[in-house]
Design a protein around this ligand. Structure first.
Ligand code: IPM
Ligand code: MG
Length: 354
């Protein structure tokens, strides 16, 4: 028996997580090791019920669990709280930090049926298949921040230790070794001191991986290259803020941010969540695309539980559903029939033969 904590959280999280759970239960039905699911409150939902975005009980359960499936945190209801109490700042970031989830993995692939859903030309994206590895517990997100009075000003601090860089870059090399053996390290070493250290450490780690071709790219150029010629990338490794921005950009290569799954890892332990957030504009309408969450569940089976075949079963089912032309609103073209969140869940289950 392995424990999975389920955190639907806010907004569309309440709608998409149940669909991913149905899929997990279906593919795991015949597995000798069973997953036990335990649901907890987090984010705005936890603020409303208990007064805190990350209640002790939720954190403890996550610490004990092997994996966590998260929907999203945040929404306009909590936007007026002081910054430090908002669901993102008081829920999501402390959860990442407390669990030591320093590696955020976002695979960008283009499902053939969605090539035309992208805003980019088919010939540019057809063979895109990359993984972006984003450092998740350091940098601007966690450095000292604050306000000053005279003159009124605000500051955020970008700091990285040698060791923080080393462990994420090493994961980048290891990931590249299992793929096309190409690693692109993204930094801003022409301007930032933290990036100059990033580059030095990367060059040092590279000595352990002579079989991997390493390149360095400035982040502004990387943003441009991601839309100009995205097929050049195999594995990208970068710091927290650059990774946040570049992965939203890269998600459009795959047609919609509604398709972007993610794994936040500390060794085998992982938090799995779609990268799109709580989407308050469509929350509660059964309209959201559950596929990023369903694909995140597949990442969970692969990365935490080592169940590669089960992960592929889910990924193939998603592919089949898309091949059949089934689309949620974010993916549909004008005139195409639009499936609801739960209908998309039904379609994946049907493709799984359940
Ligand atoms: C993400 C999100 C979060 C981040 C927000 C919600 C704090 O954009 O996971 O990419 O910036 O890390
Ligand atoms: Mg983001």
């Amino acid at each position: 028996m392995a424990k999975v904590v389920v955190l639907p959280g806010d907004g569309i999280g309440q709608e998409i997580v149940p669909q991913a759970l149905r899929v997990l239960q279906a593919v795991m039905a015949d597995n000798p090791v069973k997953l036990e699911y335990e649901e907890h409150l987090v984010g705005g939902a936890a603020i409303d019920a208990l007064g805190y975005a990350l209640p002790q009980e939720t954190l403890k359960a996550c610490q004990k669990a092997e994996a966590i499936l998260l929907g999203a945190m945040g929404g306009p209801e909590w936007d007026n709280l002081p910054a430090a109490e908002r669901p993102e700042m008081a829920g999501l970031l402390p959860l990442r930090k407390a669990l030591g989830l320093y590696a955020n993995i976002r695979p960008i692939r283009v499902f053939p049926a969605l090539i035309s859903a992208s805003t980019l030309k088919p010939e540019v994206i057809r063979n895109v298949d990359m993984v972006v590895i984003r450092e998740l517990t350091g940098g601007l997100y966690f450095g000292d921040k604050g306000r000053k009075d005279n003159p009124p000003s605000a500051f955020d601090t970008l700091i990285y230790s040698d060791e923080e860089i080393r462990r994420i870059v090493r994961l980048g090399f290891q990931t590249a070794q299992q793929r096309q053996k190409k690693l692109c390290s993204v930094d801003k070493a022409n301007v930032l001191e933290s990036s100059r250290l990033w580059r030095e450490v990367t060059l040092d780690v590279a000595k352990e991986f002579p079989d991997v071709e390493l390149t360095h790219m400035y982040v502004d150029n990387a943003a441009m290259q991601l839309v100009r010629y995205p097929e050049q990338f195999d594995v990208i490794v970068t710091e927290n803020m650059f990774g946040d921005i570049l992965t939203d950009l890269a998600s459009m290569l795959g047609g919609s941010i509604g398709m972007l799954a993610s794994a936040s890892l500390n060794g085998l332990k992982g938090l799995y969540e779609p990268a799109h957030g709580s989407a308050p504009d469509i929350a509660g309408k059964n309209l959201a695309n559950p596929l990023a969450t369903i694909l995140s569940a597949a990442l969970m089976l692969r990365s935490t539980f080592g169940l590669e075949e089960k992960a592929q079963l889910i990924e193939r089912a998603v592919e089949q559903v898309l091949d059949k032309g089934l689309r949620t609103a974010d993916l549909a073209k004008a005139g195409e029939r639009i499936l609801s969140t739960s209908e998309m869940g039904d379609a994946v289950l049907e493709a799984l033969g359940k």
